[in-house]
Design a protein around this ligand. Structure first.
Ligand SMILES: [Zn+2]
Ligand SMILES: [Zn+2]
Length: 151
């Protein structure tokens, strides 16, 4: 196992079996609303590397900024959002890294949807930043791309 995590009340617990593929920050308006802040930090992991412990997460259906339908998993007791994935079949999903028990080694390497970013958020110099979404092939390290199946 790589890391464990859970919600604030520990009713929902999960395991991340291997290292994430990538971590980015999304500044889109939907992420501002869902976080209640200025952005979401999203850690992309392989679906096969993520397992819930013996618990039943709450599932919400949400639309992303480009209209893709997602299911978001969280805790119906304390209201935390753990992560989610597109409703359509996919090999990748997202974990909110703040829910990991130990966040060591988790660091955002790109910012997306800066078009909708709050003015007071400053993106570090040299950090890849995109007005909307990015093409992972241009941003993710080759070692991460190599973990995806060819399509
Ligand atoms: Zn909870
Ligand atoms: Zn977003």
């Amino acid at each position: 196992m790589y890391k464990s995590g859970g919600c604030n009340c520990n009713a929902v617990r999960f395991r991340l079996l291997r290292e994430p593929v990538f971590t980015h920050i999304c500044h889109c308006k939907q992420c501002q609303r869902s976080s209640g802040g200025a952005f979401n930090v999203s850690t992309v992991v392989l679906v096969e590397d993520f397992e819930f412990d013996d618990c039943t997460p709450d599932t919400h259906h949400v639309s992303g900024p480009t209209g893709i339908e997602y299911e978001a998993w969280g805790c119906d007791n304390c209201g935390c959002t753990i992560g989610g994935k597109s409703v359509a079949p996919t090999e990748l999903m997202v974990v909110r890294p703040g829910t990991l028990d130990d966040t060591t080694g988790i660091e955002p390497k790109a910012h997306i949807w800066t078009r909708e970013k709050q003015d007071w958020v400053e993106i570090p110099e040299g950090m890849p930043a995109f007005e909307e979404n990015y093409d992972p092939k241009q941003v993710w390290p080759q070692s991460s791309l190599d973990r995806l199946s060819e399509d």
